[in-house]
Design a protein around this ligand. Structure first.
Ligand SMILES: Cc1cc2nc3c(=O)[nH]c(=O)nc-3n(C[C@H](O)[C@H](O)[C@H](O)COP(=O)(O)OP(=O)(O)OC[C@H]3O[C@@H](n4cnc5c(N)ncnc54)[C@H](O)[C@@H]3O)c2cc1C
Length: 275
């Protein structure tokens, strides 16, 4: 199954803008709203390369999935993990940014088959965007976090089933499954359940488990890989992932970030052999 390669998709543009708003949406996730110089459109699964402008600029922008766009307003969800994301958090409203967007191949629009959405941690934004754009009642949406407080509950409507490695509480009175998001899906779709197309985004162990579930059941599976990136458009090759079928590599930024799980060599993925 191929990720979308929509010939009518708008080309990426480098836009200037400012931080309009920045706020915590869970114990670890923050929402960032940008006001850009021009309106933007995107397909769920696409991302941007974001950098602060002026003296606070980093050498390389950082990749973030696109959560929502409305006119010139572009929204992202992120976790502070290092220098770049800490600078974003601390920059404050009005700070100038540059944003190269939209980049990458998105998750395709749905066909008649139900979807199983598996989203973990910073893998939530593209699948929240997909569910907002195309979600139907027969699709099963599963979101996972480290603990109950980690989940951005305000962004996960009642259609989302929640899981957490350590479910400390029940966010908003909703049940939180104890375990990871793939274990949650297995409990809701036991062997013999109707076929679903899996859409997964999150850390590598989640993607590996999602691909394993799909392989076991004979279901199609699309994964979005969040590798470290330099340029965002296929030139630096800093984000390569091992391709199945030969010893080669594909770029996460240009050939992905969404791949058919069968197109990746999971034995080489994340191992010593990765270039
Ligand atoms: C296509 C794509 C979409 C992404 N979407 C989001 C998103 O929506 N929200 C979000 O919070 N993050 C997202 N990320 C990850 C995000 O880009 C990184 O967390 C960010 O670049 C870290 O920058 P930093 O300077 O704060 O961290 P650094 O100082 O560069 O690194 C700090 C720590 O984080 C680790 N790290 C850095 N980048 C990654 C990565 N990509 N995967 C795993 N570990 C990493 C480093 O190894 C290091 O341990 C996405 C990545 C990609 C490729």
């Amino acid at each position: 199954m191929n990720p979308s390669a929509d010939a009518t998709a708008p080309p990426a543009r480098r836009l200037r803008g400012t931080i309009a708003d920045e706020t915590a949406v869970s114990s670890s996730m923050r929402r960032l709203d940008l006001e850009l110089e021009e309106p933007v459109a995107f397909q769920p699964g696409q991302f941007c390369m974001l950098n602060l402008a002026g003296e606070r600029a980093l050498v390389f922008g950082r990749p973030f999935s696109l959560l929502a766009a409305s006119g010139r307003r572009l929204s992202l969800l992120y976790k502070v993990v290092g220098r770049g994301t800490a600078r974003l958090r601390d920059a404050g409203a009005g700070a100038p940014v540059t944003c190269l967007t939209p980049l990458g191949r998105p998750f395709p629009a749905p066909d008649e088959r139900p979807r199983l959405l598996l989203a973990g941690g910073v893998g939530l934004p593209p699948l929240i965007a997909w569910a907002e754009r195309w979600g139907r009642p027969r699709d099963l949406r599963c979101a996972g976090g480290r603990d109950g407080d980690d989940l951005p509950r305000g962004l996960l409507g009642p259609g989302w089933r929640l899981s957490a490695d350590r479910p400390a509480g029940e966010p908003g009175g909703r049940a939180v499954f104890a375990g990871n998001v793939v274990e949650l899906a297995r409990s809701l779709l036991p062997a013999g359940a109707p076929a679903h197309v899996v859409l997964a985004c999150g850390p590598l162990p989640l993607l590996r488990a999602a691909a394993g579930l799909a392989d076991e059941r004979g279901w199609d599976c699309l994964v979005s890989v969040e590798e470290r990136m330099g340029c965002g458009y296929g030139v630096c090759r800093g984000c390569v992932v091992p391709r199945a079928g030969d010893d080669g590599y594909a770029t996460a930024c240009k050939d992905g970030p969404v791949f058919d799980a069968r197109a990746l060599d999971w034995a080489r993925f994340g191992g010593e052999g990765a270039a």
